[in-house]
Design a protein around this ligand. Structure first.
Ligand SMILES: Cc1ncc(COP(=O)(O)O)c(C=O)c1O
Length: 411
């Protein structure tokens, strides 16, 4: 028998037909996705065997390639285990993860923190542990898929409020009895639009209604924060002076920190509940020691604050130049700069044309964003040099003309 023979062979036409129909329908609506090999190297990447400028990395500060971070990870790997091969509550609670949690809590300005295998599982683990069918969750319409999945998993009554619209949120909260358990959940920096949640107003309204505030700050963490030369406290809530009004901070270490894993920063009591009730924490293996060791070094580098200064200079430069060209990129709120195209096919064409011009910027389509809101989600990092940004602008101009995007309003 052919070892590559698939199990949906002729004997199971039902499944074969299902797969064919699903894939054909994705193709027809320009939503078919394919993996490609990307070998990231600093501000560039090898894509399809060609070196191009990398404009869609989440390694915002370049810490994943930092020599000290890599050295520490390698050192840990040579002396520690590759994996503890156990969950935290059995035998996986190694010293490095405990040290990392203590540092993350300091970094975020909270009493405590709890590490999860990823940011995705942190969202699932927190929301499904604290919300149930007696609760109502108020969730921003542009919240990340992991928040949407977490809300569904919890069984809570979920109410979606218009993006960043605190008035609508207030109206919704007004409708629910004071005695009901309520949670307001938003992102700090939105992953596909790069804009900032109005956390000050949102926290105020939530407080007035006795609702718990949860902020997923996967993209604001380590980039934004309260700064005084160094990064004193990390995150969007700290940068907007509302750290104390956020009950649960959820984040990822695989973006601004350039490492891997997720975490929750919160009170000691909330952490205690999560350790006891959060299934995505209990029934999975602990984050390995070398990843925690790397994150500890990366955290020290992020705290210095100089990488963020460079990043913000780059943000200002690329967004103003793209706007001058005629692309509407909004105000330069963050390192995530969406170039909205609308049509899915055109967004793919633009992305492919840019690749030909030597710039890698993935097209983002439904269901990651709404249908008809396809875009190129550009991210700039502290690793990009001025001449690389200038090169990118030239490529955008050329590709924009070739795709008929320039000369007309893009957004
Ligand atoms: C807002 C947001 N939350 C959570 C996650 C998941 O983080 P991780 O990659 O650590 O699973 C992402 C990842 O893209 C994200 O954008």
């Amino acid at each position: 028998m052919d070892s590559k023979h698939n199990s949906y062979g002729d004997a199971n036409n039902l499944w074969n037909n299902f797969l064919d129909c699903q894939l054909a329908s994705l193709g027809k609506s320009n939503l078919y996705r394919q993996l490609r090999i990307v070998n990231s190297q600093g501000a560039t990447a090898i894509v399809n065997g060609k070196r191009v400028l990398h404009l869609c990395s989440n390694d915002y500060l370049g810490l994943s390639e930092n020599a000290q971070v890599r050295r520490q990870a390698a050192k840990s790997l040579s002396s520690l285990h590759i994996s503890g091969c156990s969950s935290r509550l059995v035998a996986g609670n190694h010293p490095k993860i405990v040290e990392l949690e203590s540092q993350l809590a300091c970094h975020r300005g909270t009493e405590d923190s709890l590490v999860y295998p990823t940011g995705y599982t942190a969202n699932l683990g927190v929301i499904s542990a604290i919300a149930d069918k007696e609760s109502v969750i108020y969730s921003d319409e542009l919240n990340h898929a992991s928040i949407i999945d977490a809300c569904r998993l919890s069984g809570a009554n979920v109410r979606i409020f218009a993006h960043n619209n605190v008035d609508i949120l207030r109206q919704m909260l007004d409708e629910s009895p004071r005695s009901q358990k309520k949670i307001v959940i938003t992102e700090g920096i939105f992953s596909m639009d790069g804009d900032v949640a109005p956390l000050k107003q949102l926290c105020k309204v939530a407080r007035e209604h006795g609702a718990l505030v949860v902020v997923d700050d996967a993209h604001g963490d380590f980039v934004f924060g309260a700064k005084d030369g160094r990064l004193l406290f990390s995150g969007t809530p700290a940068s907007l002076c509302v750290n104390d009004l956020v009950d649960i901070h959820i984040s990822s270490m695989s973006k601004g920190l350039g490492c891997f894993g997720g975490y929750v920063a919160t009170s000691t009591k909330m952490r205690d509940l999560l350790v006891n009730k959060s299934r995505q924490f209990i029934y999975t293996s602990a984050l390995p020691e070398h990843l925690c060791a790397a994150a500890l070094v990366a955290l020290k580098m992020a705290k210095k604050g100089s990488l963020q200064d460079k990043l913000f200079r780059n943000i200002r430069m690329i967004s103003s130049k793209l706007r001058e060209l005629g692309f509407c990129v909004g105000a330069p709120c963050s390192q995530i700069i969406p170039v909205i195209i609308g049509d899915e096919k055109l967004a793919m064409k633009f992305s492919e044309q840019l690749l030909k011009e030597g710039v890698f910027a993935q097209a983002i389509r439904y269901p990651t964003v709404k249908l008809g809101a396809a875009r190129l989600r550009i991210t700039i990092t502290a690793m990009h040099a001025t001449d690389q940004i200038e090169y990118a602008i030239g490529a955008f101009e050329e590709a924009g003309k070739r795709c008929g995007l320039l000369g007309c309003r893009v957004r």
